[in-house]
Write a protein that binds this ligand. Structure first.
Ligand code: OGA
Ligand code: NI
Length: 280
């Protein structure tokens, strides 16, 4: 089963979702001089504005600009976030806190679905990591020629995304791309690679992409939530038995992220590199 859902009644205030979307729009509508100071092409640079995925490596470019920054622990990172628009830190700070609360509730529910205590994922995620992207897809004169984001699965544990009211996100379902049409005030929740590993393949990391649009610019704001780099990730003991041998080896999450930083846009997923080869 693939796991991509949209949730409503999630407890995150609607006005805060709207304020976050508005300030994201303001950020990308500022004169470019106000953003360029944050520009970097290094995927390891935590706080940065960039374009496409890896400008130095990829031959295929995505029709996208983005801002990204870490969000947790908030006090550690908020002073490195953009200073313009003036309210950015205030609004995004409140938004990140609310999203973290929502993710912690989702992690508790998933832990129970894995036959573990509700605290299970909270514990194995160690100090946790939370990174937010603000993606800006300008209106594209020829959407047939380029994608907003090439097909990929997200590398962390779980992704919570808001996409305003312009559609573009698609998930791969039974070999077909299916649009995730915007529902007002809903969040899209996608399972990402680390929960696929911990669940020993029972929860599937969702293959997805974003298409562009000729008439309207689109903003999406995904939060990537997962373990801290120093944790060890492996299939949960409750998911492994004789009929369900471990599909993945244990690894340090940092090893996974290093592989992901150097993969380039044409590689859809690096999960296979951590698979245990089962001889026939
Ligand atoms: C991403 C992503 C999809 C979207 O940034 O990882 O999948 O709808 N974005 O913008
Ligand atoms: Ni994604």
């Amino acid at each position: 089963m693939d796991h991509s859902i949209q949730i409503i009644n999630h407890g995150v205030p609607e006005t805060l979702m709207k304020n976050m979307m508005d300030i994201a729009k303001e950020f990308f509508e500022m004169p470019v001089e106000d953003r360029v100071c944050l520009y970097s092409e290094d995927p390891r640079q935590d706080v940065r504005v960039s374009t496409s995925f890896n400008v130095t490596k990829d031959e295929v470019f995505e029709w996208k600009d983005y801002l990204r920054h870490p969000c947790h622990p908030l006090e550690e990172f908020i002073n490195s976030w953009p200073q313009k628009p003036a309210l950015y830190r205030d609004v995004a700070g409140k938004y990140c806190k609310e999203i973290r609360g929502l993710v912690l509730r989702l992690l508790a529910a998933i832990s129970e679905a894995l036959g573990q205590d509700s605290d299970y994922l909270n514990t194995i995620f160690g100090k946790h990591s939370q990174t937010m992207h603000v993606n800006y897809y300008p209106a594209c004169p020829n959407p047939d020629l380029t994608l907003g984001v090439a097909p990929h699965s997200d590398t962390r544990g779980i992704t919570v995304l808001t996409q305003g009211d312009v559609s573009g996100l698609q998930v791969l379902k039974d070999g077909k791309w299916v649009a995730v049409e915007p529902i007002p005030n809903a969040f899209v929740v996608n399972v990402a690679d680390q929960i696929q590993v911990v669940s020993n393949g029972r929860f599937k990391s969702v293959m997805h992409r974003a298409v562009t649009n000729t008439s309207t610019a689109r903003i999406s704001i995904p939060t990537f939530y997962g373990p801290s780099l120093d944790t060890s990730i492996a299939p949960a003991a409750s998911m492994v038995d004789k009929e369900h041998p471990a599909l993945y080896r244990e690894y340090k999450f940092e090893e996974y992220m290093k592989a992901s930083w150097s993969k380039g846009v044409k590689v859809r997923s690096i999960l296979d590199r951590f698979k245990i080869e089962i001889s026939p």
